[in-house]
Design a binder for this molecule. Structure first.
Ligand code: FAD
Length: 518
């Protein structure tokens, strides 16, 4: 009989198999269930949960298989958006034998990669196909962190399927799993081809302009081309940057304002972060690029400042989706091999307190910051790049952290990881005291936790505004819109997910709800 060993501590210079010889003498083989690094004090060590099998036992995993529906629909389910939510909704529906169509305004991965390169190299932004839009959604150019705070049982399904499509097997057991942008870009096309084999009809470069409404229900979608596609089940998985929210509001689809977070992206040399986290062991070959997670909440005001979407060995990206606006974000490849580490440092923005009854107050604030960041780049005379389209700039506005805290513009910005470059800009002028004071206090605290966090090497980039959606398209128990039957708001744009894994799980939940309703 196999048995599970929890909290198995393995020294940096030891192998797990050696430790297992002590704990389960004569074992046949083992399977790692969980692995993490404990570097809090002393020499860092690995902590494992392991299932150990006898020699005669089989290690095979049970594949997850779903029941097929016996009901035939009048029209296939429509899924709008090919991000993690839309793709996993499609997978789950098809595995249940429910036909569906996937409509995506952006390009397939292979072409999208070229459009993004054009933007970073030449400043030519494709507003339909960029770091935020296109096959794979916002997560295609990401660190591919698959960690989520939500404890969905569906996570196992997501990881298993991703591994089947080519993701590294370790995502099934690491406590901090990540795929890396280079690998996600290979996994997503494999997933699409699999979905097509199961019968998916997928249309790229196809923008949904509005939905077709009748008697407080949704019965299909209206494309930008004027074409109408009918269905009594529409999954809206359009992410937090789509412009579809205005059309939904005009049709009186019920939505609420939602708190979110804004801030800046901070970059350090990776070696500096390794030294802060691993101390004397910072060069140990088994440890790799160190990460961090920091948070500080002011007890009186309740305002929280925290690190978000940390990318060890990563790149700071210009990831805007519209001309005249600049957005920062981060990604890394599977090997986390860049010489820099970055993370967003953001402050929570309470919807009620800041915007009251203005549903789109958060959206407007986000846009305003992004436009100001763009104006700063223009003002700093950054190199627009050859052939840049009107209203686009490829560089990010940047400032040394120490200068931001002192309120002065930096001189020249040293080499950074940004593939589209950076220009010196007075980022401190973008925010008022309500941001700068808690931000400075939190940084002081972070520097106490990680000595050297506030240093002359630390560079800030503007602006980190697309952390989550500032509105929610409220759902009822059946996961349909509270106001419109047949409309299934889904994923991050609907306000029900924050990250790749939670968006994928939400897609599955919505698919399951449709399956149950049949
Ligand atoms: C650079 C970057 C790095 C990130 N790193 C991580 C990370 O490491 N880990 C993590 O968990 N999360 C990360 N995220 C966040 C993560 O990508 C999102 O939370 C996730 O992708 C949300 O999934 P979604 O399917 O709900 O929406 P999205 O991924 O946003 O997908 C929505 C899709 O809908 C399409 N669409 C929108 N409107 C229309 C329309 N009208 N018609 C047709 N199509 C439309 C869009 O083009 C888009 O492809 C990152 C995001 C970015 C931008």
């Amino acid at each position: 009989m196999s048995r599970i060993l929890q909290n198995v501590e393995v020294d940096l210079d030891q192998e797990l198999s050696e430790q297992l010889e002590w704990l389960a003498p004569g074992y046949g083989h083992f399977q790692i269930l969980k692995k993490s690094v404990d570097a809090r004090r002393g020499k860092p060590r690995f902590i494992y949960s392991v299932e150990v099998f006898e020699k005669s036992e089989d290690l095979k995993k049970e594949p997850i298989r779903l029941q097929k529906t016996t009901v035939a629909l009048d029209h296939p389910v429509i899924i709008v958006g090919a991000g993690p939510a839309g793709l996993f909704a499609a997978l789950r529906l098809l595995e249940h034998g429910i036909p569906c169509r996937l409509l995506e305004q952006g390009e397939p991965t292979e072409k999208r990669v070229l459009s993004i390169a054009k933007f970073w190299r030449k400043g030519e932004l494709n507003p339909r196909s960029n770091v935020g839009f296109g096959e794979g959604g916002a997560g295609l150019f990401s660190d591919g962190k698959l960690i989520t705070r939500i404890k969905y049982t569906l996570i196992t399904y997501v990881m298993q399927r991703l591994v089947e499509f080519g993701a590294p097997e370790e995502i099934e057991y690491l406590s901090n799993p990540h795929v890396g942008s280079d690998k996600i870009r290979r996994v997503i096309p494999v997933m699409r081809k699999h979905l097509e084999k199961l019968g998916l009809e997928v249309r790229f470069n196809t923008k949904v302009k509005d939905l077709i409404y009748e008697n407080k229900g949704v019965h299909g979608v209206l494309l930008e081309s004027g074409e109408k596609i009918l269905s009594d089940h529409v999954i809206l998985a359009t992410g937090h940057s789509s412009d579809i929210f205005t059309a939904l509001h005009q049709a009186e689809v019920f939505m609420e304002g939602k708190s979110f977070a804004v801030g800046l992206r901070l970059e350090h040399p990776q070696t500096a972060v390794n030294k802060m986290q691993y101390r004397d062991y910072f060069e140990h070959p088994k440890l790799g690029a160190a990460n961090y997670k920091l948070a500080f909440t002011n007890k009186t005001s309740g305002v929280g400042v925290y690190s978000f979407c940390m990318c060890p060995g990563g790149y700071v990206l210009s990831s805007g989706t519209e001309p005249g606006q600049i957005v920062s974000n981060g990604m890394s490849n599977f090997n986390r091999g860049s010489a820099f580490a970055n993370a967003a440092i953001v402050m929570s923005v309470d919807f009620q307190k800041n915007f009251g009854s203005d549903l789109f107050g958060g959206m407007k604030y986000r846009t305003q910051l992004e436009q100001q960041a763009y104006a700063q780049v223009l003002g700093s005379g950054g190199d627009a790049g050859i052939g840049s389209t009107a209203g686009t700039r490829r560089e990010l506005p940047a400032q040394r952290l120490l200068d931001f805290l002192e309120g002065r513009k930096s001189g020249e910005i040293p080499k950074t990881s940004s593939p589209s470059g950076a220009v010196s800009a007075p980022l401190h002028e973008l925010f008022g005291a309500e941001f700068k004071a808690p931000f400075a206090k939190a940084l002081e605290k972070f520097d106490r936790q990680m000595k050297g966090f506030v240093s002359s090497e630390a560079i800030l980039f503007g602006v980190e505004t697309r952390t989550s959606c500032p509105v929610r398209i409220t759902r009822g128990e059946s996961l349909e819109s509270l106001s419109h039957k047949g409309l299934y708001p889904c994923g991050e744009g609907a306000g029900y997910a924050g990250g790749i894994t939670s968006a994928a799980c939400d897609g599955i939940r919505v698919a399951e709800s449709i399956y149950s309703s049949l």
